[in-house]
Design a protein around this ligand. Sequence first.
Ligand SMILES: [Zn+2]
Length: 243
Amino acid sequence: MEEKKRLLVVSAHAADYVWRAGGTIAHYIQKGAPVRVIVLSLGVRGESNHLWKTPGVTPQEVADIRRRETFAAAKALGIQNLQCWELEDYPLRATPELESRLVEELRRFRPDILLSHDRFDILNPDHNQVSELVFRCSVISNSAGVQVGDTAATRQMGIFGFEPHQTELSRYRPGCFIDITDSFPQKKAAMACFQAQSHLIQYYTDRAAMRGNHARRLSGNGAIAYAESFSAFFPYAGDGFVV
Ligand SMILES: [Zn+2]
């Protein structure tokens, strides 16, 4: 993934983009790339179990906490352009209205790179729904015959998938590694914003160190301490070497 490209991130729930792409997002922002993050749902029903342990807590209260947390995490990563669409989760439904809204978003923001969930997550149907939705919307957005207001069709964008939580069980295969050594302190600060999922901080710290090891070996750059990996939906196509 090159720098200064426009990056659109689509996250099924409030914290997914932080665990799986927070370092990459902060890295891109540091380099001056335009970045937009869409959080489709706050994960009130399915990814807030710890918050539901409070007796008498309401869905509205859980939503308020999750909203506060994701905006705090976004701030830690330097994200200025975060949208919370606040759809219901578990299940997150890919309705025709959602599809139209996302296609229009793609047409208006016009990303070079689309970052979202990988095609298969063994334990999370919402993630699978979003992966399929994002891919489908990108194809629709690229189609000139699809008319959306005054927008023009987009060109093919690079699509990259988040590493799922259960990597091997989800048949995940890394397609690229991004050095997040510089932005890792921001990722740690962002992860700490989610009280319902604090048990995941060590897990994703370990993951970043492991991927950092792989990135060092593959790149020959011994300075890489932390990395994030992404699946590549498509093989590289171009006239130059990938650097
Ligand atoms: Zn999720």
